[in-house]
Write a protein that binds this ligand. Sequence first.
Ligand code: NCD
Length: 316
Amino acid sequence: MFTHRHLLGIEGLNQTDITTLLDLADQYAAQNRGPHKHGQALAGLTQVNMFFENSTRTQASFEIAGMRLGADVMNMAMQASSIKKGETLIDTAMTLNAMHPDLLVVRHPHSGAVNLLASKVNCAVLNAGDGRHEHPTQALLDALTIRRRKGRLHRLTVAICGDIAHSRVARSNIMLLGRMENRVRLIAPPTLIPSGMDQLGVEITDDMREGLKGVDVVMMLRLQKERMDGGFIPSSREYYHRFGLDAEKLKHANEDAIVMHPGPMNRGVEIDGTLADDINVSVIQEQVEMGVAVRMAAMDLLARNLGIVKPTISDA
Ligand code: NCD
């Protein structure tokens, strides 16, 4: 049973929660490939997407997921919102709350902002990424992609490579993969590994060839320059040379290793463009596909917990 009110992070989920969510997402993935994509799980419910940070795939994915489930979906144009006029996040949240949304999907540049917001509203809140903190639906869609490709989600060795320090994707993935009993190896320059990471039960190295040995999954991360307030790397060229994934470095991983990237990609910075497009190893498009299915599953499960009794004829 999935008993949560919100989906704020992987931190609060146990193995059963994760498996329940992925099992349902698998069903939605099959439905999304067929001709009848629409369901009624969110019929009559209002979903509001509030993205305080730019997004392409995550926002589109949540929007499509909501529409496939029959919700009324509204995207708030945050660039043009009252936040720009000085309104606080809490005031915006309270204003929205008064309109009785059922599901609120929030992305925010500050770690912890989504949790704060969730404590102020009556609806279910889904974290679509907050600062460097968590991005739970990304970790779940990565997990679903891995499970489908590898046939299991335990006892795998997964390398997470690149800008770990600024990455909420890495944080959520480290927690999820650890919880499902996988081995996680972080490969990055020491300047891009946050302190305290060694306490999370992960292996750490700054040598790509060494780090990729025996790896089943290679997860690449974007160099998040917008979150860097100083020089973390000597240059993009130097970075690509040492940490960029190309066919030669990939040879050190297991022969059937898959390559992942949450997007958006910087081709020629963290990953070679040809490798990213190689459908024999790269599952990047499948990650996007699974994103819609995972978000459908997450919103469906949370909506069941809203305790909403749909009006019947006799109530009308
Ligand atoms: C990621 C994010 O926004 O955290 N992108 C995504 O959601 N697919 C990673 C990134 O921006 O590099």
